[in-house]
Design a protein around this ligand. Structure first.
Ligand code: ADP
Ligand code: ASP
Ligand code: MG
Length: 297
């Protein structure tokens, strides 16, 4: 099994979603599992909704409207304007958030945050999976909250490995292409939880660990892990091969290219981790492997 994770930057607009189809046409989809983040900066936009809810209630609806307009714009470019079931699915997700905010009685910021912000990934995966099916790549939308079980330390939960392992293992004897949400889990009362910002990489690693996958590929808008952040440095160099240990050090010193928790589950099962460019899928990118090949990374 290969786990592919597509980040927000790779699906930030209709062109990104079309490009994802091209990547899959290039790589094939056999024994592949897709983890997708919220589109573009949706998580930040949903955080603004939560802030409005706690600090300035009247502005909640315009904050949510902005998220809706953005997603409706993408829908318009990808699907016929009427008659396609994706429109109703997306509309009902927005209805759910509005309903939650209208009825919620909890004053707990972190709890509300997880219930609301998680819709970013629900929206992106509904759209991506519908578009894949329309493009002839058969896939099944999977609600990862039924599989990744966590404690209730909202916004920074810990995975309950035993429960997660047994739930995810059930998927190993199914052969379809799954499209699921990064970043999300659920607690023992089935409330949505989130794994921490940028946590979709971690989701891919959790699934990989539980399925004992052969590899994890994190698809990005950069050629791979670079020796410096290209947003701040003009001359960067691609690191083609690094060890788990080097990757941990990079993450530790703040390289915002891989969520630090991603490495451990891969180390445990010796699963190579690749960072590749969504816009240049045949290029090798970076591969992160055990130190000295002995798995002691
Ligand atoms: P996504 O969520 O789509 O995976 P992010 O925007 O979170 O994408 O991460 C990709 C960005 O990480 C790149 O566009 C790049 O600017 C930044 N980045 C920071 N440090 C590095 C690095 N060492 N190598 C590559 N990219 C880096
Ligand atoms: N969408 C979440 C975030 O932006 C998780 C992720 O993209 O990894 O933090
Ligand atoms: Mg990101």
């Amino acid at each position: 099994m290969r786990i592919f994770k597509f980040g927000g930057a790779s699906v930030k607009d209709a062109e990104g979603v079309r490009n994802l189809v091209r990547v899959l046409e290039e790589t094939g989809t056999e024994k592949t599992f897709l983890v997708v983040s919220a589109m573009g900066k949706t998580t930040n936009a949903m955080e603004a909704v939560v802030d409005a809810y706690f600090n300035d209630k009247p502005s909640v609806s315009s904050a949510l409207e902005a998220v809706q307009t953005y997603h409706f714009g993408i829908l318009r470019e990808l699907f016929p304007p009427e008659g396609h079931p994706v429109h109703e699915k997306v509309r009902s997700l927005f209805e759910e958030v509005r309903g939650f905010l209208a009825w919620n009685k909890s004053p707990k910021y972190n709890f509300v945050y997880d219930q609301v912000v998680g819709y970013g990934e629900l929206l992106s995966t509904v759209i991506v999976s519908a578009y894949l099916n329309d493009s002839g790549i058969r896939c099944s939308w999977l609600d990862i909250r039924n599989y990744i079980k966590t404690d209730s330390n909202y916004r920074d939960v810990s995975v309950i490995w035993e429960k997660t392992q047994s739930a995810v293992s059930e998927l190993s004897n199914r052969s379809e292409l799954f499209v699921t949400q990064g970043f999300l889990g659920s607690d023992e009362n089935n409330f949505t939880t989130t794994l921490g910002r940028e946590g979709s990489d971690y989701t891919a690693a959790i699934i990989a660990y539980c399925l004992n996958a052969e590899s994890v590929t994190i698809w990005k808008d950069v050629p791979g892990v670079l020796n410096a952040d290209p947003r701040y440095f003009e001359e960067t160099r691609l690191l083609e091969l690094i060890s788990y240990r080097e990757a941990i050090e990079l993450a530790f010193y703040g390289a915002k290219v891989l969520h630090p928790k991603t490495i451990r589950p891969c180390v445990e099962n010796n699963i190579p981790l690749r960072i590749k460019n969504t816009f240049n899928p045949t290029h090798d990118g970076t591969v992160i492997v055990p130190d000295n090949g002995n798995g002691n990374g």
